[in-house]
Write a new protein. Sequence first.
Length: 165
Amino acid sequence: MARATAAPPYRRQFEELAGFAMPSRRVNRPQDRLTRADALFELLARSIFERPSLGRALARRLPRWLALEPNSEELWALAGYVFYCLRSYRQAERAFLRAIALAPDNLDDWLDLAMTLRHLGHPLGARLILEHDRFMAAYRRTRTGRLDRPVLSRLSRLLAAQEAG
């Protein structure tokens, strides 16, 4: 008989702080044709709007949780959501970039990064929103584990060259 794996400790601690359980993480692949698969962002945004102290409490816990689970795409996406809701867009950008590096096929993370870049006034934000599927494919083809603004800019130039030639 297969033993069920225990949920990571951060999920229980999140529930204690937020007052609701984290929904199961669902990867939103482009072929699924969903606008958003992950329900957590909406729940979290509403909760932080109603109770701003929740966002600050989560932001204080995130470094500890990330130190224990540094390769959790779910946790990096949660960090991005929290920082986005707190309007800490640079921190949100770093978190979404890390989430994408861990799970490059999750459309939700790409769109969340695009919206974050828009808030930062970065020109790639609008392009990512419109062409997220092309960026996802180009990133997978480059096989680089790292994702940051220079890599995004290189992907943007690569896509522009493909369009021109």
